[in-house]
Design a protein around this ligand. Structure first.
Ligand SMILES: C[S@@+](CC[C@H](N)C(=O)[O-])C[C@H]1O[C@@H](n2cnc3c(N)ncnc32)[C@H](O)[C@@H]1O
Length: 270
């Protein structure tokens, strides 16, 4: 079994390369991302995801869980780096300091094949979502409600940014993510075997009473523009979340949670 490598220099090339994963461009080029904290690393392992590199602060990984993470990474042949506090501080988020982090390979799933979608499944599509905190929260909610997968339509924010990954609380390792252009998504909608429910502020159907035909494909619009007209017109149903106050709309992640809990209610358990 390999041994952890000790690094104390802030200018070490490996440390600089890992730090560079803060940048979307570098995440795109390398296909890697960072997940911070023991809890996310444990969730990753539960879902069969091993880090390519595990980094921990010297002297701060003495607990059984931390030792187990280090042992399983070494056994799997991952690079394991024991670093000084200063090096870890350079790598970890300033607002969420952690003593352990992992570098993982990004994975995107293939799009669902309409004829093979399970009759009880619910898929979620997000068109041009821009806020990583919203995206991460939605991934977590999709996990909680047993959604089969999330389709990112068009130009979305990066689900593998530190902020998005942190907001998923580990669900990034559990929920399949698919990327599609708007054209490819329209093709998918055209072949979808159940209802394609667009959520829209101009809809006249209440989402609470809309009996959506399974398997459902729920489509949410972006924070700024909402659903594009092209996608809205392709949906088989448009539903609205009624609101009492004099406000324009709900936050995207909140709206998604309300709709998913309504649809997935019969599949959830305490
Ligand atoms: C912040 S809203 C976008 C508001 C945008 N100005 C518009 O006109 O659609 C982001 C997304 O959340 C969902 N949403 C928010 N509030 C909603 C509501 N009351 N009814 C249905 N969908 C809602 C929709 O999917 C919407 O596209």
């Amino acid at each position: 079994m390999l041994e952890p490598k000790v690094i104390t220099s802030l200018t070490n090339d490996r440390i600089k390369a890992i730090k560079a994963l803060d940048m979307r461009k570098v995440r795109k080029e390398t296909g890697l991302f960072i997940a911070e904290g023991v809890s996310l690393l444990v969730t990753a392992r539960q879902h069969g995801h091993m880090p390519e590199t595990l980094i921990y602060q010297a002297g701060a990984a003495e607990g059984a869980i931390q030792k187990g993470l280090i042992a399983s990474a070494l056994k799997a042949g991952a690079e394991v780096l024991e670093v000084s506090q200063a090096v870890l501080a350079k790598l970890a988020s300033k607002d969420n300091p952690q003593t352990m982090l992992g570098v993982f390979r990004q994975t995107f799933a293939p799009p669902p094949v309409p004829a093979q979608v399970k009759p009880t499944a619910t898929w979620l599509a997000l068109e041009e979502v821009r806020d990583p905190g919203n995206l991460g929260t939605i991934v977590r909610t999709a996990d909680a409600t047993g959604v089969a997968g999330i389709i990112l339509v068009g130009t979305c924010c990066d689900p593998f940014s530190i902020e998005a990954v942190r907001a998923t609380m580990g669900s990034i390792f559990a929920v399949p993510l698919v990327k599609l252009s708007q054209d490819a998504f329209l093709d998918l909608i055209g072949a979808w075997p159940g209802d394609v429910a667009g959520t829209h502020l101009k809809a006249s159907e209440d989402f609470r009473t809309a009996a959506l035909r399974a398997p459902q494909l729920v489509v949410m619009g972006g924070e700024g523009p909402g659903l594009s007209t092209t996608v809205a017109e392709a949906c088989s149903r448009l539903v609205k979340i009624p609101m009492a106050g004099d406000l324009d709309s709900l936050n995207l992640a909140i709206a998604t949670a309300l709709v998913l809990y309504q649809i997935r209610g019969p599949h959830l358990h305490l």
